[in-house]
Design a protein around this ligand. Structure first.
Ligand code: NDP
Length: 295
């Protein structure tokens, strides 16, 4: 068996297209466009690339960017001041603070200072609590992307055995909560899990969010299972160049029924879901119904 490849790039492009149409409708019918503030602190090269890609996507979707770039030396009070200004600005509907932050700044304190209604990353404890309680709120983008991709393979996730490897607050835990909300039977595995291959072999749907290059092997996979590979790992390639690989080894394609590639799987969904979240946040703040864009 060779797995069918779940084309995250195409699915993300479709979602971005729907967001863009909805943004144009908002401008035409309601006279405003969603505004999004991406806050970058310092000069982390990976963060700079992410932020550039996000800003490009924001503009392409017809949204208004309010990007802020602060020096590495900024202190916590100054960053909290900026968050307070953005919270108070009615033209800003979504706020994203690019992580990691310099060590003099407590990330948890900054995240908690963002207005939960503008928290398009879905990392605020209020939104994490809403997700855990089954209440509507803003949901983290990468986990949301994973669910959209899984639902391209399975019209319904009800009753599926789902295994999530990883329990971080930004990926593993919210993916598990979303799968539970979809009525899957969910197991969350982590570094202390005993006999991880055997746990994985139970899965109809396996989500790998570990951060270890190609750790999941072919014989961990139940034949025909759907595998969502969240990992982004830089490894040495030929000629001293680095290449990006996932948490899942290439041989998994021989056992799985469907598989997300790396790159081109979950990665592109993250930005598409960020735009969808900003659109939702803007509608919520204006008292409008949530847009029907299938996310
Ligand atoms: P974290 O490092 O925060 O979490 C990793 C999780 O994997 C932890 O829960 C850890 O367990 C678990 N783990 C580590 N080693 C093992 C092991 N040997 N066996 C079983 N479990 C293990 O990472 P993130 O959740 O932030 O990210 C995970 C991956 O997803 C990374 O590669 C990251 O780059 C990628 N990512 C991709 C995104 C995208 O847009 N596609 C967005 C965000 C992340 P424990 O809790 O016990 O330590």
């Amino acid at each position: 068996m060779t797995a069918s490849i779940i084309d995250g790039k195409a699915i993300a492009a479709e979602l971005r297209g729907k967001v863009t149409e909805a943004v144009h409708r908002l401008l035409r019918d309601r006279g405003f466009v969603p505004g999004i503030a991406v806050v970058l602190v310092g000069q982390n090269p990976a963060s700079e690339v992410y932020v550039r890609n996000k800003s490009k996507a924001v503009t392409e979707a017809g949204m208004r960017p309010f990007d802020r770039h602060l020096p590495e030396s900024v202190n916590e009070a100054e960053l909290l001041d900026l968050i307070a200004q953005l919270n108070a600005d009615p033209a800003v509907h979504g706020i994203l603070v690019q992580l990691p932050l310099p060590k003099q700044i407590d990330s948890q304190k900054i995240i908690a200072a963002i207005d939960p209604d503008k928290d398009i990353d879905g990392f605020h404890p209020m939104n994490a609590g809403r997700l855990a309680s089954g209440l509507p709120g803003l949901v983290p983008c990468t986990p949301l992307g994973c669910i959209i991709l899984a639902k391209k393979v399975h019209a319904s996730l009800t009753g599926l055995e789902a295994v999530v490897i990883g329990r971080s607050n930004i990926v593993g835990k919210p993916v598990a909560q979303l799968l539970l909300a979809e009525n899957a039977t969910v197991t969350v595995a982590h570094s202390k899990t005993r006999d991880l291959p055997a746990v994985c072999r139970r899965a109809d749907l396996l989500v790998a969010a570990i951060g270890r290059a190609e750790m999941v092997r072919g014989d961990w996979i139940k034949p025909g299972a759907t595998v969502i590979d969240v990992g982004i790992n830089r490894v040495a390639g030929q000629g001293g160049k680095t290449r990006i690989v996932g948490d899942v080894a290439a041989e998994v394609a021989q056992a799985a029924g469907a598989l997300t590639p790396v790159p081109g799987g979950v990665g592109p969904m993250t930005i598409a879901c960020l735009l969808a979240n900003t659109l939702r946040a803007a509608c919520m703040q204006r008292g409008l119904p949530a847009p029907n864009i299938g996310s």
